[in-house]
Design a protein around this ligand. Structure first.
Ligand code: CU
Length: 473
């Protein structure tokens, strides 16, 4: 629910105080009442009612912050505060964020806009806001101690600058960053071009989200802030699959997706069924001669990438981080590899002592998506999400691009599962199976033999993963 309180109506409505010419200077200076969001759902684009028009973005499982126009200045009010974020149905996290959610609301402005942002600190410690990627006066850059005094708890600071260049940006604290970003403090910023830009194409759908990660023990609520790489929840806008909404588009829409990475490792973002081009970074739109087709692009730490494609293939297309550990939720980490280990009899013996004990993963981990092992309160299964054909066996950084011929223009309602035309779905073969060809030689004269002469030809699977988790990210 959006709560506006005294902040008169949405997108840039002129407040009564500003509209009345006779109003006192004190009233003009009054802080805009903060707008709060309590729902984790994807909100419809916030169509601007003041200022220059633009094609508004859609923040995945997020929302855009309304502003008020005050003598030609767009005024926003961000409140840094503890929040409760539903990361997926069944799991809530106690995070820090802005205006009731983590990440904070998306800020959308137009190139050349003068922007004034009031930042109120309701955290138990001091903070500041850095406007990542912006051209601005040095004193507005938000590095506490370097560019400004930190905002102490209970205080409100004002940031003011002109959004000088169009593009994709983000904001985050630059004060006790490790803690505050691990707790979820971050938000998206989009500056639209003020006129037709030679390197910025019109699109019909414009999505944005931030990559973030948390380490929350199953059954607990607060992230462990000291974790650097071994997070157990890899999220988009503090949501994990199946809690991430699909990206719904109409067939033949030109689609832009803006992604920012505020985790401590890179994420190769991968789309199925289409090729995209990287059309922008946090440094601005890329030159046309620098663009090439891709189906995966790496978004490194602290980077933003803007990808664009023509959604001309109908279907439900997977869209995810290609690090397979990042499409998995809690419970799937730090489990010993059991593939090929024969547990016959062992589980029964242990069951006499521990009734709920079950062997994990002796045939791979797929069983985990359907297992009925009791989960502690407040966590999400390691991989889940039901599709039309069974379990999707995914978690974390995974969503679905839904391309539909009959999706109305500008409509984001989930159309349900794709109805594949008859004869276009992979199916089971039930005829006689010829022997599949295999390499017959162990290698040429110049290569090492695959196995020592006389060694047994059967394959023993003996896997022992090094302990210690994800050190190699
Ligand atoms: Cu990843």
């Amino acid at each position: 629910m959006l709560s506006r309180r005294n902040f008169v109506s949405g997108a840039g409505a002129i407040s009564a105080a500003v509209a009345a010419a006779s109003v006192s200077k004190a009233a003009m200076a009054a802080l805009p009442e903060p707008v709060l969001q309590t729902s984790p759902n994807t909100m419809p684009p916030l169509v601007p009612s003041t200022g220059r028009p633009y094609n508004a973005v859609v923040t995945l499982n997020g929302w855009t912050l309304p502003w008020r126009m005050n003598s030609g200045v767009k005024e926003f009010h961000l409140v840094a505060e503890p929040v409760v974020r539903e990361m997926a149905p069944g799991m809530k996290a106690h995070l820090w964020g802005y205006n009731g959610q983590s990440p904070g609301p998306t800020i959308e402005v137009v190139e050349g806009d003068r922007v004034r942002i009031f930042v109120t600190n309701r955290l138990p410690e001091r903070t500041s806001v850095h406007w990542h990627g912006q051209r601005l006066p040095n004193g507005m850059d938000g590095v506490a101690g370097l560019n400004q005094p930190a905002i102490e708890p209970g205080k409100t600071f004002v940031y003011e600058f002109i959004a000088r260049r169009p593009g994709t940006f983000m904001y985050h604290p630059h004060s006790d960053e490790m803690t505050q970003m691990a707790m979820g403090m971050m938000g998206f910023w989009v500056t639209h071009p003020k006129t037709k830009h030679p390197l910025i194409d019109d699109v019909q759908r414009d999505f944005c989200f931030l990559l973030n990660a948390y380490d929350i023990d199953p059954g607990s609520y607060t992230p462990k802030i000291m974790t650097m790489l071994d997070h157990n929840l890899w999220s988009w806008n503090s949501r994990v699959f199946p809690g991430i909404d699909p990206l719904v588009v109409r067939k033949n829409d030109k689609v832009r997706i803006r992604i920012g990475n505020l985790t401590m490792t890179n994420h190769p973002i991968h789309i199925h069924g289409h090729e995209f081009e990287v059309t922008g970074t946090d440094g601005g739109p890329t030159s046309r001669s620098s663009r090439w087709p891709e189906v995966t692009t790496d978004v490194a730490v602290g980077q933003m990438r803007q990808i664009e494609f023509l959604a001309d293939e109908e279907g439900d297309w997977a869209f995810h981080c290609h690090k397979s550990h990042h499409t998995m939720n809690a419970m799937g980490h730090n489990v010993p590899t059991m593939i090929g280990v024969d547990h016959t009899g062992v589980a029964k013996k242990i069951n006499k002592l521990i009734p709920d004990y079950m062997v994990m993963g002796e045939r791979g981990m797929s069983d985990m998506s359907e297992m009925e092992m009791p989960l502690p309160d407040n966590t999400v299964p390691m991989m889940s999400g039901q599709g039309p054909y069974g379990s999707v066996e995914m978690g974390g950084m995974f969503s679905i691009l839904k391309v539909r011929k009959h999706q109305p223009a500008g409509n984001y309602k989930d159309p349900g599962w794709y109805q594949a035309p008859k004869g276009t779905v992979a199916y089971e073969f039930t005829g006689a199976l010829p022997e599949a060809p295999r390499a017959s030689s162990a290698g040429g004269a110049l290569t090492h033999p695959a196995r020592a002469p006389g060694a047994p030809t059967d394959v023993e699977v003996q896997i022992r993963k090094p302990v210690g988790g994800h050190g190699g990210h």
